[in-house]
Design a protein around this ligand. Sequence first.
Ligand code: SAM
Length: 269
Amino acid sequence: MTITKDDGFSALKRFIEQTLKIQCSNYKEDYIKRRLLSRMRSTGTTNYEEYLKYLHNNAPELENLRNALTINVTEFFRDADVYDMVKKEILPALFKGRKTIRIWCAGCSTGEEPYSMAMILADIMAADKTVSGQIFATDIDEVVLKKAKEGIYTEKSMAKLTDTQIHRHFTKLPDGTFQAKPQLQALIRFRPHDLMSGQPISRYLDMISCRNVTIYFTEKQKDELARTFHNALVPGGYYVMGKTEYLGREVEGLFVPVNSIMKVYKRKE
Ligand SMILES: C[S@@+](CC[C@H](N)C(=O)[O-])C[C@H]1O[C@@H](n2cnc3c(N)ncnc32)[C@H](O)[C@@H]1O
């Protein structure tokens, strides 16, 4: 399907901004258009105006559109080598300087990322009772956040976890799914948060993991986010990006690369 005219795109964007509270102008236009096109294909509509009418008449489509715009793909220990570095280098380095640390998983989707971090943290805390940590996990999409809070996962989605991890941190439910144990959940605070707001969820953070989120952001938004993270981190705090993401030229000077393959940076003073 090719869209020959742009009619109605602005009206549709306004509707999305007002109804879904997603600021389209902060995302690459091409990205928004591709996501809309996919929903238009699924709903049999052929232009933006028609799709907007469809949205007005079919309330459930709003959720489909939200899901299409905020792609939520995630998994436990996504990029195992990065989590290995978190476990063997980053957290031990942080705990050398302090007894308690604060981590922010920004754009956490259905929770697999913060629960992976929490499992690492829980193991460290079990081995050394004098240390502790807190994870803030946020996302703009309240639907995925609700799932994250419940912490219930299918056996298939847990394929990367070892038997020991599953046994230690999850309870098997009667329907065959697994739920994160209360002591694992207690390490995480889930909150709705828009990364484009310019406000961090907290300050004095020791590590921010914001992975596979900014690929949809404009260069300007990415730079602003890097500045927000820089302000929210403690001196020497870590910023972990997705492996395919990169720091813009304008903000490169704010961070020192620790590992350029894993995209791990440290706040520069
Ligand atoms: C592809 S998932 C990445 C999940 C996880 N970080 C990972 O690497 O597996 C991207 C997430 O970013 C969230 N997101 C997109 N725009 C956002 C924004 N402006 N503020 C907060 N979260 C956002 C989406 O809702 C989605 O859950």
